[in-house]
Design a protein around this ligand. Structure first.
Ligand SMILES: C[S@@+](CC[C@H](N)C(=O)[O-])C[C@H]1O[C@@H](n2cnc3c(N)ncnc32)[C@H](O)[C@@H]1O
Length: 320
């Protein structure tokens, strides 16, 4: 661990450990040397009119994204990764999955896709004219090389049946699972940051730290740089610092820069509360949450009455 003496710098220098830039990402990018970032990870504005963005014509939005992505490709190391986390662009009730329209930009920069990760979560708007959206994606690109960094072991997850054994062949009787766990696959079931999430700030679209920790651990090594052009509340820098990496990012809105600084400092001090990686999801039924019992569903009541009748039969038999 770099330790408690990490300072949060406002300007980029390759010797720093945490860089929080208040301003546009293109200005910060202009100070970053070619091929110096091991992981670029971000969730850009989706152009849906959130408080921090102005809704643009989709062509203009794509042009702006292309400018930033081109710069991110310039600063990407030869073995590095770019992960763009996006949802849907929504216009008059129709949707465009943003990853589908951004893909050509990455492709034209000679980057290749390694995964399209589906991030599934449970909470969000309830739609009435289409099915409610409960996933977004992370599109992961590298250069055309076999040498890109991918460390699977630090991000393995427990198997469903770890005690399973080979039942025939030369290994019969031995455990068949990897004791370190299994590949987490390209579908990630991780709670999104809504009102009762421990990481919630006033930002409307934070991503959870555990989502980025998985990318940091698998796509970088100790001491590497992680860069987020649209930093929001500092999540990417926090995930980097927690795992002994360096983090840099830009944010235009002063109030989010202030939240970021506070959270990053707490991460450095070791006092930031986050949802731990791989913590099982809250299951209301097994936790006996009374709110899971529907006041409209009469089946339970009918079932209880049936049971009463059956017991009554037993009572009569016993007494006759
Ligand atoms: C979807 S949010 C990112 C949230 C972030 N992932 C987090 O966990 O907090 C996008 C952020 O980009 C910021 N932003 C918009 N345009 C920007 C630009 N040109 N440079 C830097 N930040 C920008 C917005 O203010 C907003 O906070």
């Amino acid at each position: 661990m770099f330790g408690l003496n990490i300072k949060i710098s406002e300007k980029f220098s390759i010797d720093e450990h945490a860089v929080l830039f208040h301003g546009s990402c293109l200005d910060l990018l202009s100070d970053i040397p070619d091929k110096s970032m091991q992981l670029v990870v971000t969730s850009p504005p989706y152009n849906i009119g959130k408080e921090y963005e102005k809704k643009l014509k989709i062509e203009i939005y794509l042009k702006q994204q292309a400018e930033v992505i081109k710069e991110c490709a310039r600063v990407l190391s030869d073995t590095g990764s770019i992960c763009w986390q996006v949802g849907n662009y929504v216009n008059k009730g129709t949707i465009i999955p943003i990853d589908t329209i951004l893909y050509p930009i990455f492709h034209d920069l000679d980057l290749v896709m390694r995964n399209r990760i589906v991030w599934h979560f449970e909470h969000g708007l309830h739609c009435s004219r289409r099915f409610s959206g409960r996933y977004e994606t992370i599109i992961w690109f590298t250069r055309k090389t076999k040498e890109y960094v991918f460390n699977l072991d630090p991000v393995r997850v427990p198997q469903k049946y770890p005690a399973k054994k080979y039942f025939k062949g030369p290994k019969a009787g031995q455990y068949s699972c990897n004791p370190l766990g299994k590949n987490p696959s390209d579908i990630w079931d991780i709670p999104n940051v809504k009102s009762n999430h421990v990481e919630k700030t006033e930002h409307p679209c934070q991503f959870p730290v555990e989502l980025i920790e998985r990318l940091v651990l698998s796509m970088t090594n100790d001491g590497d740089w992680v860069f987020d052009p649209f930093l929001g509340t500092g999540t990417s820098i926090i995930a980097a610092i927690r795992h002994n990496r360096r983090g840099a990012g830009a944010e235009t809105e002063k109030k989010y820069v202030d939240i970021s600084r506070d959270r990053i400092q707490k991460a450095i001090n070791g006092t930031l509360r986050t949802r731990p990686m791989n913590k099982p999801k809250y299951d209301p039924e097994s936790s006996n949450n009374k709110l899971t019992i529907s006041p409209w569903d009469k089946k339970e009541e009918e079932f209880n009455q049936l049971r009463l009748l059956e017991n009554q039969g037993e009572y009569h038999r016993e007494n006759s």
